[in-house]
Design a binder for this molecule. Structure first.
Ligand code: NDP
Length: 293
């Protein structure tokens, strides 16, 4: 079987195209959608993610602001920064790049962000709205996965979907979205995690297998059903002295082994990653549209 590679770059491009019209309309009304990213500490991967988000804003003509703070920043100081961004009319979307240092309670920061500026879709208000199928600021990665599937005409209705990973930013919201009664929903969903017994038995049932584990190449070819669609969310740095950076990026799936067995698979990098950023841009535009309503 030929395995089709599902590149997110193509889909992200089509989303950007769609956003350009909405951004032009906003600009005609004197509004430039603005995104603020707060980066605490000097984690190199986080800095790379933030740079990617700023570059995406630049590409679309959105306003962006990075607030970079030392790793010693206190919880109160971070909350104050978020509060001032809540008040700032130039800013329609706020994100605090994860992970934050241990002295900071991430949840307390998330709930400080105004729900209408919560472009990550992590605020409990937006999570609740998503759960009842009424949200319009959906978490970027799961929403991006659905848009990627839609683009490649992968309809989850009636399909057995197995998601490995139960985080609040990927696994759980994706499960909720796939369960919705409506377009890109109606799937039969199983969520597995580190305490799941007989993981391979469960993953082998999947028509659509999503790996959001955060460990390199945990999903081997013998854990994948012949003809399955495999969505690899993981982004892991593994040492590679042959690469000038000293590392390379791999997913949670051993892609090479799945070639010829899976029907479709997302690459790492270039699969889910560009979708996450595209949906962040889409949420920022949505937040700006709402702000002038
Ligand atoms: P978390 O660490 O929050 O969650 C990982 C999940 O995987 C947990 O539910 C954990 O189980 C489960 N898990 C860990 N080890 C195993 C195992 N051996 N077998 C089965 N389940 C296991 O990660 P995130 O959800 O935040 O991210 C997952 C990956 O996706 C990471 O690599 C991250 O970098 C990447 N990511 C990529 C994005 C993109 O845009 N491409 C965006 C967001 C994340 P338990 O709950 O029991 O601990």
């Amino acid at each position: 079987m030929d395995t089709q590679i599902l590149t997110g770059k193509e889909v992200a491009k089509s989303i950007r195209k769609e956003l350009k019209g909405r951004i032009a309309t906003l600009k005609e009304r004197g509004v430039t959608p603005g995104l603020a990213a707060v980066l605490v500490g000097d984690d190199p991967a986080s800095a790379t993610y933030v740079r990617g988000k700023v570059a995406a804003c630049d590409k679309l003509g959105l306003y962006s602001r990075v607030i970079k703070k030392d790793v010693s920043l206190s919880q109160d100081e971070l909350v104050d920064i978020v509060r001032s961004l809540n008040e700032d009319p130039q800013i329609h979307g706020i994100l605090v790049q994860s992970p934050v240092p241990p002295q900071i309670d991430e949840h307390a920061v998330t709930v400080t962000i105004l729900p209408e500026k919560d472009v990550d879709g992590f605020h409990p208000y937006n999570v609740g709205m998503m759960l009842i199928g009424r949200g319009d600021l959906l978490p970027c990665t799961p929403h991006g996965i659905l848009r990627l599937m839609e683009f490649y005409e992968i309809d989850p209705a009636g399909q057995e979907v197995v998601i490995v990973g139960r985080s609040s930013i990927v696994g759980k919201p994706l499960a909720a979205m796939l369960l919705r009664k409506g377009p890109m929903g109606n799937a039969t969903v199983t969520v597995a995690h580190s305490r799941t017994a007989n993981l391979a038995e469960i993953t082998c049932r999947a028509d659509i297998l999503v790996a959001a584990i955060g460990k390199p190449e945990v999903i081997k070819a013998d854990m994948v059903k012949e003809g399955a669609v495999v969505i690899d969310v993981g982004v892991n740095r593994v040492e590679d002295s042959s690469n000038e950076k000293g590392y390379r990026l791999v997913g949670d799936v051993e892609v090479a082994g799945c070639m010829g067995k899976a029907a479709k698979i997302t690459p790492v990098p270039g699969g889910v990653g560009p979708m996450t950023i595209a949906m962040l841009m889409a949420n920022t535009v949505t937040a700006a549209e709402r702000a002038i309503k």
